[in-house]
Design a protein around this ligand. Structure first.
Ligand code: FE
Ligand code: FE
Ligand code: ZN
Length: 278
């Protein structure tokens, strides 16, 4: 069974997202933990969390993925912004413990001219002050396209962060197909080679989810523009090989493709389910 879903809006609550996922043929979904424009996140209503738990268990959902705000930057040059990001992550992780959602993905951050090495130290330091031995949520570093001064577009940088984290069992990676392709990893012509490299540096066992997106820009462009499946520079054949790859096919795949409405996602989910070999 292919585990696939898409990014959904939290605006109507948690159980509402579960129902939307069911309606479009998904068995997982992703959501932002809070309004990306900032402000305090609402506490999770226990009835809503319980209803989502019933729904996901009743329909045998794959792991759900929470996504941190895009604005969260653990490696800003500004100490105040770093502290704000750390507190936001700690608050997200605390609230997530109440949900049937055990994966939390975040963008490692932008070092804004301080250099990747300093960025990596700041990210690891923030994680070491935030992760707790008691938490059940696994925190995922997302692979990035490398636009601007983004950390995490090279597998070596992800490894460097993970090597510095004192609770590595609380950490994993989410691979974004658009981002790695834009970063110069040739998942179209050499998927095996890319995954071998990932395995050597990071370890495939750390890979917990995939963002399944086509790339609107070109290979190696270091630009972050998602495209609908089959309409970009990755192409449908390569995406079908990705969902069927023996090292990936068990993972939850989340669509972050541009669509006007949920029907666009429903169609992509149908299309990929048809092409999944099992
Ligand atoms: Fe992301
Ligand atoms: Fe992504
Ligand atoms: Zn992206």
């Amino acid at each position: 069974m292919l585990h696939i879903g898409c990014h959904l809006s939290l605006s109507k609550g948690y159980a509402a997202m579960g129902n939307e996922a069911l309606r479009i043929g998904a068995d997982t979904f992703q959501f932002f933990t809070r309004n990306p424009r900032g402000g305090d996140a609402k506490e999770i209503a226990p009835q809503d969390a319980a209803a989502l738990k019933d729904l996901t268990e009743g329909h045998d959902f794959a792991p759900l993925l929470a996504h941190a705000s895009y604005t969260l930057n653990l490696c800003s040059a500004d100490a105040g912004i770093r502290t704000f990001a750390r507190e936001m992550m700690a608050d997200d992780l605390r609230r997530l413990e109440r949900l049937p959602c055990k994966l939390y993905n975040f963008h490692p951050g932008s070092h804004v001219g301080q250099g990747a090495a300093q960025g990596i130290r700041f990210i690891a330091d923030a994680l070491n002050r935030t992760l707790t031995a008691e938490q059940t949520v696994v925190v995922l570093l997302e692979t990035m396209s490398g636009k601007g001064s983004e950390v995490g577009s090279a597998f070596e940088e992800l490894k460097a962060v993970l090597d510095l984290v004192e609770l590595p069992e609380k950490m994993g990676v989410c691979l974004d197909t658009c981002h790695v392709h834009a970063a110069g990893y040739d998942i179209v012509n050499d998927l095996d080679g890319v995954l071998t490299q990932f395995d050597k540096l990071v370890g495939l066992e750390r890979l917990r989810s995939v963002h399944l997106n086509d790339n609107k820009m070109t290979f190696g462009s270091r630009k972050d523009r998602h495209e609908a499946l089959g309409k970009g520079s990755i192409g449908l054949d390569a995406l079908v090989r990705i969902i069927n790859h023996p090292s990936l096919k068990h993972l939850p795949f989340l669509l972050e493709t541009p669509h006007e409405d949920l029907e666009g996602y429903a169609e992509e989910i149908r299309m990929m389910r048809e092409r999944f070999l099992g």
